[in-house]
Design a protein. Sequence first.
Length: 137
Amino acid sequence: MSMQTVIFACVHNAGRSQMAAALFNLGADVEQVRAISAGTAPGERVHPEVVTVMRELGVDLSTARPQRLTDVLARGAAMLVTMGCGEACPVVPGVERDDWPLPDPKGQPIERVRVIRDDIDARVSHLLATRGWQRAR
């Protein structure tokens, strides 16, 4: 079986999609699947409040860099999960798509960013479990 790729996309690739890809890769069976994140209009850096709440889980996003979602990046992906980008969400023909309507963590109080992170974590865990992609314990 070949490696599958799941793309998590939001507008700036500086918050939700970065958290989702990092949490997905933490729990995923690396022999089967991996996640990448991208945005339609990438920001300069990952939001500081996102770096903070992910560090609480032992995940360092301080060196992660937002990247543009391109056709090349999307080609061959098994799934595209968009996050609250509305009309700006990309359309990738032939790729299964899901949309997670999540609020943007940028500029939110840390407690609110934790709620968004935990919501993403629950959604990622559910996706991994329903697809049989979780890492063996």
